[in-house]
Ligand binder design. Structure first.
Ligand code: ATP
Ligand code: MG
Length: 661
């Protein structure tokens, strides 16, 4: 069966192979020592380069993960079994027998070697007001908070909900939970009181940690008020710890505890709890792009190991670098690549409180210059937005510190990729398009800038990470499109709760579900070189005149500001670049010619609608399912909108669609 699966998906992608290919480093042809890139590799006999290392990691999975886990993590007691997984039964266990504490791995061991190294730079909303916190200070904050949580009755196994903007106390709260053995449930601090209440109830939290107010894009947001509304419908909540982000006082009740005041009464030493590898580290929800958000669980050792390893190798992070991931800590990207990965590696991580356009569209790059950021990790939605404002906003600032540029969250179209590479990175920084999900905990497919021989094709996610075995599976025999499926045997894969819902994928040409595979919901091509290109969500792939089309492919052609949805045919939503004035008829004609030339006549859009903006999740992803419902005239069935960012965007799309009809 495996053979036929693989045979069915050996795809050729001639168009992408004709594209320009970028070298990750300009060292091609020079010999290099794999052990200088990955010290663990010394133990892997016969491995001399990154490709060999990848093969070893999948063929000798136990030896690979066992060695890196022993090398990279500090264990209180060693594990006896590397992995014990049977995905068809929903069983995923890593490093059984091992005990460790995640906060010790992220803090104490670095305090022993470099206490004054900056652990985090809090890039506050107003440019130039950043705050630097050393490893010693972050450990102190964490311990005081851990002691306060214990005093307030939080015990090992409890789940604490954190509703805070990116700030040091939010990070310390996550680490304090890890220190005392509680799980955390971080909720993005832009969610409504109903969405927050849902998540508090699901986690059965008795403790919520929040701030009086948030500050973002020059605006003050009353976060405590949202918590007050939410907890009215959460009978489990007994206390709300309130930190002060602004100087404004907010109404406090008997349930509320002033965080800073109370934690200052606590000791700076807090004994870390020895946690089992498979104890829960946190609960987190997906973005809600395709439906109701799913609450997922990640555990201690495997998750920490995987985020540390991917942070080091996908971004080519080295000691002393400043790592700037501009996601919010409320998403998995923030958990893995602001908090756990960088801190486990003793890195300096940036915590970004603002927006890409505050106070102007040069914000990111001004910050890169001021903080000396070496790796910048952002989302295509922001790149596309900034591209519209023109190159000057980037070129005004010195970006010579940059070494790697990362992208995550959605497919990055070629125009945005090229701009990121050419303008932001001055054509010298590898762009790593990283494909992964909340479910996978860490990056699964990405280029390998740490490999001096690796190349990058614009718009392609390129290689599976060490230990990852992607499988592409045809949904229909006629085409070469694939579903990314992978065996879930890598340490950061989601645990418990939903694992069983994901292992039942039944392709159209098979009678029974393929047990043991994880259905990601995304489609991908694989070139004959073995490079992967994500083509978008499978829900968004349609069959036009017998040809299967993915959104990413079409959007790539019709230029970055345009998004496409499908009813029975192709429906294009257009967001014009700033200051562009064009007659809709002329635009429609031009778009049809472009698509016809670059893909084929059958792919030409049937309808074109110009809109001011598109409905997006609060993490910036386009909610295509909402657009699809509008096009299908099912506006009564828009589905779960709890993660929708701007409700007006939907109303405008509906009004425009009615006019078109
Ligand atoms: P939900 O699962 O609730 O519908 P979501 O899938 O958007 O929401 P996340 O886990 O935050 O929730 O996002 C993972 C998804 O984001 C992937 O499945 C994929 O569709 C998309 N994605 C992430 N990175 C990339 C990338 N580099 N290229 C293309 N798509 C990506
Ligand atoms: Mg998803």
């Amino acid at each position: 069966m495996m053979c036929s699966l693989w045979r069915g998906t050996l795809l050729t992608l001639t168009s992408s192979l004709n594209r320009r290919v970028f070298q990750c480093c300009r060292q091609l042809g020079r010999s290099y020592n794999i052990a200088s890139c990955m010290p663990e590799a010394v133990a892997f006999q016969g491995v001399s380069d990154h490709s060999g290392l990848y093969k070893f990691s999948v063929n000798e999975s136990d030896r690979f993960w066992g060695a890196v886990a022993r090398q990279r993590l500090s264990w209180i007691s060693p594990f006896h079994t590397v992995q014990n997984c049977d995905f068809s039964q929903g069983k995923i266990k890593w490093f059984e027998g091992g005990k460790l504490n995640v906060s010790v791995n992220c803090l104490d061991r670095h305090v022993q070697t470099c206490p004054e190294r900056v652990a985090l730079i809090w890039e506050r909303d107003e440019p130039g007001t950043e705050v630097k916190i050393t490893y010693r200070q972050l450990l102190e904050l964490t311990c005081r908070l851990g002691n306060l949580l214990k005093r307030q009755g939080v015990r090992r196994g409890d789940c604490v909900t954190i509703y805070m903007p990116p700030c040091p106390l939010a990070m310390a709260s996550m680490l304090a939970c890890a220190r005392i053995g509680a799980a955390h449930n971080v909720v993005f601090a832009g969610f409504s009181s109903e969405a927050l209440a849902d998540r508090i109830r699901d986690a059965q939290s008795s403790t919520v940690i929040t701030v009086n107010q948030g500050v973002r894009g020059g605006k003050v947001v009353d976060l405590k008020r949202t918590v007050d509304q939410a907890v009215q419908n959460c009978p489990t909540v007994q206390q709300v710890l309130v930190a002060m982000r602004t100087e404004n006082t907010v109404p406090m009740t008997d349930r509320d505890v002033p965080l800073e005041e109370e934690m200052m009464k606590e000791d700076v030493v807090c004994e870390p709890v020895a946690m089992d590898s498979e104890d829960v580290l946190f609960l987190l929800y997906t973005s809600g792009s395709t439906g109701k958000p799913k609450g997922l669980v990640h555990t201690q050792a495997g998750y920490l190991l995987y985020t540390s390893l991917t942070h080091r190798y996908v971004f080519n992070y080295h000691d002393g670098d400043v790592f700037g991931c501009v996601a919010d800590i409320g998403w998995i990207t923030g958990h893995s690549y602001i908090v756990y990965g960088p801190l486990c590696n003793g890195g300096t991580t940036v915590l970004f409180e603002s927006t890409p356009v505050y106070p102007n569209p040069g914000r990111y790059w001004e910050m890169v210059e001021r903080l000396g950021i070496n790796q910048f990790y952002g989302a295509p939605t922001a790149i596309r937005l900034l591209l519209k404002y023109g190159d000057e906003w980037v070129q005004n600032y010195n970006r010579s510190s940059l070494k790697t540029l990362g992208s995550v969250g959605e497919p990055i179209n070629t125009e945005a990729w090229e701009w990121y590479h050419r303008v932001v990175g001055d054509g010298r920084c590898p762009v790593v398009d990283t494909w992964w999900q909340t479910e996978t905990g860490g990056i699964c497919i990405a280029p390998r800038p740490a490999d001096p021989e690796a190349e990058i094709v614009p718009g392609m996610a390129m290689h599976p990470f060490y230990g990852i075995k992607p499988a592409l599976l045809d949904t229909e025999v006629v085409t070469g499109d694939g579903v990314v499926l992978q065996s879930a045997q890598f340490p950061a894969f989601l645990r418990l709760r939903l694992a069983l819902c994901y292992n039942q994928y039944c392709p159209l040409n098979c009678a029974t579900p393929l047990l043991g595979f994880f259905f990601t919901g995304d489609g991908a091509h694989r070139s004959k070189e073995g490079y992967y290109q994500i083509i978008g969500r499978l829900d968004d792939v349609i069959n036009v005149s017998g040809h299967r089309l993915g959104t990413a492919e079409l959007e790539d052609v019709v230029v970055c500001t345009i998004i496409i949805m499908f009813g029975l045919g192709v429906y294009v939503f257009v967001v014009l670049k700033k200051a562009v004035m064009v007659e809709e008829d002329v635009l429609a004609q031009q778009l049809r010619e472009m698509v016809s030339r670059s893909i084929a006549k059958y792919a030409c859009p049937d309808f074109i609608q110009v809109v001011r903006c598109l409905p997006k999740t609060r993490s910036g992803k386009i909610m295509r399912r909402v657009l699809r419902k509008v096009v299908e005239r099912n506006t009564d069935e828009l589905g779960d909108l709890s993660t929708l960012d701007d409700p007006d965007s939907v109303h405008e799309v509906i009004r425009g669609h009615r006019r078109l009809r």
